[in-house]
Ligand binder design. Structure first.
Ligand SMILES: Cc1cc2nc3c(=O)[nH]c(=O)nc-3n(C[C@H](O)[C@H](O)[C@H](O)COP(=O)(O)O)c2cc1C
Length: 211
């Protein structure tokens, strides 16, 4: 399928066929796509929780405004932000760059010092907003990959993040849930599948500036 065709094919799936499961190969593609998402400064202040556990999905239903997608989906993905984006976290990222690229310390040092200072000047709230922005980017990336792979998905912020954190013990992992993405196969009787796409006319959403 071409890019536009697959983006038209996808829709926010409200009802999944719960008799169908995604293969481990399909899930592997989603995991890798998440990890390949570009992030600000390459710091990846994110973690993805991949749930394939019906009982747990049912437990999370009441914390998801009773949206059935959470239960009928093959897998429930939870995009989380790291709560400990501190000096240690930043330094570890530079160690990773050093290991993978063998970049000399002389080149890394000024950038590391700049980042450490930059983040020291940010409030916790500012760092959280910055990290949440990266979570949304990962969601967008996953949605596009799902569309290309023929995987149905529903992007969701309609859930109680605090309750998710509690049920999934995210706090002790220094994580906070930000977005959820049930994935799987659309149910044949999901009426939303056949609805026309509603988008503002492109003349209203795009400005072209030409010479
Ligand atoms: C960040 C975000 C949060 C959303 N939250 C929910 C949600 O909690 N429940 C839901 O059914 N749909 C949710 N949606 C789906 C949107 O309503 C849907 O993507 C939009 O209406 C466009 O329709 P389409 O995705 O079918 O093209 C969300 C979408 C985004 C991007």
């Amino acid at each position: 399928m071409g890019n536009i065709k697959s983006l038209q094919w996808r829709y926010a799936t409200k009802k999944f066929d719960d008799s169908k499961q995604l293969s481990s190969e399909q899930i592997a593609i989603l995991k890798e796509s998440f990890n390949l998402t570009p992030t600000s400064y390459g710091l990846q202040p994110l973690k993805l929780v991949v749930i394939q556990h019906k009982e747990l999905q049912e437990q999370l239903l009441e914390h998801s405004a009773h949206q059935q997608q959470v239960v009928t989906a093959s897998h429930l993905l939870v995009i989380c932000i790291e709560k400990n984006v501190n000096s240690e976290f930043i330094k570890q990222n530079f160690e990773l760059v050093k290991d993978i690229r063998e970049t000399p310390e002389k080149i890394l040092k000024p950038f590391r010092e700049f980042l450490l200072k930059d983040f020291k000047n940010k409030t916790d709230e500012e760092i959280k907003i910055w990290a949440v922005n990266q979570a949304y980017l990962a969601l967008g990336n996953l949605l596009t990959v799902c569309a290309h792979e023929g995987i149905d998905a529903c992007p969701m912020e309609g859930f109680n993040a605090e309750k998710y954190d509690e049920v999934l013990n995210l706090d002790e992992k220094n994580l906070q849930s930000v977005l959820i993405l049930p994935v799987g196969y659309r149910a044949e009787d999901d009426i939303f599948a056949d609805l026309k796409k509603v988008r503002r006319p492109m003349e209203e959403t795009i400005i072209e500036i030409k010479e």
